[in-house]
Design a protein around this ligand. Sequence first.
Ligand code: ATP
Length: 319
Amino acid sequence: MKKIAVLTSGGDAPGMNAAVRAVVRKAIFEGIEVAGIYNGYQGLIDGKIELLQLGSVGDIIQRGGTMLRSARSVDFRTPEGRDKAVEQLKAHGIEAIVVIGGDGSFQGAFELTKLGIPCVGVPATIDNDIKGTDFTIGFDTALNTVIDAIDKIRDTASSHERTFIVEVMGRDAGDLALWAGLAGGAETILIPEEKYDVPAIIERLKSGSGRGKKHSIIIVAEGVMPAVELADLLKREADIDTRISVLGHIQRGGSPSARDRVIASQFGARAVEVLKEGRGGVAVGLRNNGIVEYELKDVVEDKNEWKSEMYKLSIELSI
Ligand code: ATP
């Protein structure tokens, strides 16, 4: 392996930069040239490719976002687009790629591997929804951003004896809402993986205020329903007044947490080791506190298995 490339794809996540840095530095340490592909798979098709040096990734470990920028590419979903991508790689003498992104990006990496370009996936998404790894890069930072917001909302909620609905990101994945709800002491958590029951939510709010609770926090993942819709529902069904807070894109930004920087560094370095051995079609991750590898094929074919124990715990602790 003489020359590899690295790209970031899909939604950006804090810690992607730390992963890029690790890939570049580890590759150079191993005597492998490394190119940066800008704007994800679209940039690959368009030839936005540049050789990176040690200094190219200096002063980025602490920065959110991604210096390689990210994109969602429609062209890459087509066989013609992927053929163009392979041509670009051949023209630049690139033998293999590290793809940093979420499950969609891993599907792209799987397709590229099938075309003879070994790819290794590095899981980076605030959704934490990739089968094969306990944690994805960016989840910890986003979680801490949400908890910081909940703590602040809690201050004002208790001063004014109010019920707040906080909408967090997660179209199909409830990890961010669930972990934030558990760590933030929310009374009710609504996530796509679990059915919700409006009368039960109302009952819980009423029994809380009945025993003198000064405030309530409801966390809703965006994929369940918008916060404003839930607020209307509670007003209509039980005349409960609420305030809403939609956290939006602040959840994706900010300086990565120490944990995200560390796993990004570990994942990036392991990805280079895999490619150095001439292997591809795998992703790296963290399981039971150890760095592991798993097949891209398995991620693409199966959804992340949902672990309901934590949801049960959140209900037990918010009685
Ligand atoms: P996030 O979890 O943050 O949304 P993601 O990696 O899942 O990140 P996607 O938009 O789903 O984000 O995927 C990123 C890119 O990967 C897409 O824009 C597309 O170029 C490529 N991609 C996704 N699915 C496929 C596929 N089936 N075949 C080829 N390329 C794909």
